[in-house]
Ligand binder design. Structure first.
Ligand code: MN3
Length: 200
């Protein structure tokens, strides 16, 4: 079964002014589609076909960079769209998640600062993450299409810091993009769904 581009869970205009319809058209329709197409082209005969996306990411890490990067980016973007919503951001998270952030990350404000800092300091293309590892929350950053799955973690929230995610709206101002993204777009409901789905 070939992988498919999931539709955006909102209208292209829904995230304005934080993220423009133009950015979403390019990022979703062109960039994400290209990862899906490349993955489907590389899979036949690779030994990875028939596996789940998560299995392909873990099995191809360090072994097949073409499949790994495209599978990783398909996973990352499939969650990136629902990790955002109109009127998101701020502290609208559940008591359970808030308590975990207090315990493991020194409170919400420190979590916000450290998450944004991870995105700012990821040199070149990549992602910054909130993930669950060994029952604890952690903040990390990864290059290119990599994600916490290959480091024994489970991603709860990730922000795309490739230039294609912000250059149309923010030009070179990655910190401004990260702050706006965190404060106005984060869909905490999808973060909580990921927490519920975390492998036990
Ligand atoms: Mn991207």
């Amino acid at each position: 079964m070939a992988f498919e581009l999931p539709p955006l869970p909102y209208a292209y205009e829904a995230l304005q002014p934080s993220m423009s319809a133009e950015t979403l058209h390019f990022h979703h329709d062109k960039h994400h589609q290209a990862y899906v197409d490349a993955l489907n082209k590389l899979l036949p005969g690779s030994g990875f076909e028939g596996k789940s996306l998560e299995e392909i990411i873990k099995a191809s890490y360090g072994k097949n960079p073409g499949i790994f990067n495209n599978a990783g980016q398909h996973f990352n973007h499939s969650h990136f769209w629902p990790w955002m919503k109109q009127g998101g951001g701020g502290k609208k998270l559940s008591g359970k998640l808030a308590a975990m952030i207090d315990k493991d990350l020194g409170g919400f404000d420190k979590f916000r600062t450290d998450f944004i800092e991870a995105g700012k300091t990821q040199f070149g293309s990549g992602w910054c993450w909130l993930s669950l590892k060994d029952g604890k929350l952690e903040i990390t950053k990864t290059p290119n299409g990599e994600n916490p799955l290959v480091h024994g973690g489970w991603p709860l929230l990730g922000c795309d810091v490739w230039e294609h995610s912000y250059y149309i709206d923010y030009r070179n101002l990655r910190p401004k993009y990260l702050e706006t993204w965190f404060d106005t777009l984060v869909n905490w409901e999808h973060v909580e769904e990921m927490l519920d789905k975390a492998p036990k």
